[in-house]
Design a protein. Structure first.
Length: 137
């Protein structure tokens, strides 16, 4: 099971460096991940809570701290094993399929509420886990 310690910036930077050395240049550097998080938080005001929509392994293993969790559902999107990666379930020789959302249908999930004083630290953990390649927009 993935842990917070495995999602430290130092460890993720090494994974990204190794992936890039193997020819996978689509993995984001720490600066690119930081810029992505900053862009996502452009309208965020300190002191606000943030909700995270979890539809895959985040549902049972978020690895970030949260203040509350609630079941939720979104219409117009469905789970789909629709992107390949050499990390996680895959290798460079045999990339693994990963779960993402595609248009259509509906998706039942878990919504996690991040406490205002933990938003930045916990989203940093989440970005290190989920935004390695920038596949999510």
């Amino acid at each position: 099971m993935l842990t917070r310690e495995e999602l430290s910036s130092e460890r993720i930077d090494q994974i990204v460096a190794d992936a890039r050395a193997a020819g996978y240049h689509f993995f984001l550097s720490s600066k690119e991940r930081e810029a992505s998080l900053k862009e996502a938080l452009a309208g965020y005001r300190p002191g606000e809570e943030v909700w995270v929509f979890a539809y895959g392994s985040l549902m049972w293993n978020p690895a970030f701290e949260f203040a509350d969790r609630q079941p939720c559902k979104v219409d117009g999107w469905r789970r789909s094993f629709c992107f390949w990666t050499p990390l996680g379930r895959g290798t460079p020789e045999l990339p693994g399929l990963m779960l993402a959302l595609e248009g259509g249908g509906q998706c039942e999930a878990i919504a996690y509420r991040l406490a205002p004083d933990q938003v930045l630290s916990e989203l940093g953990i989440l970005w290190n886990r989920e935004m390695l390649s920038g596949v999510y927009k």
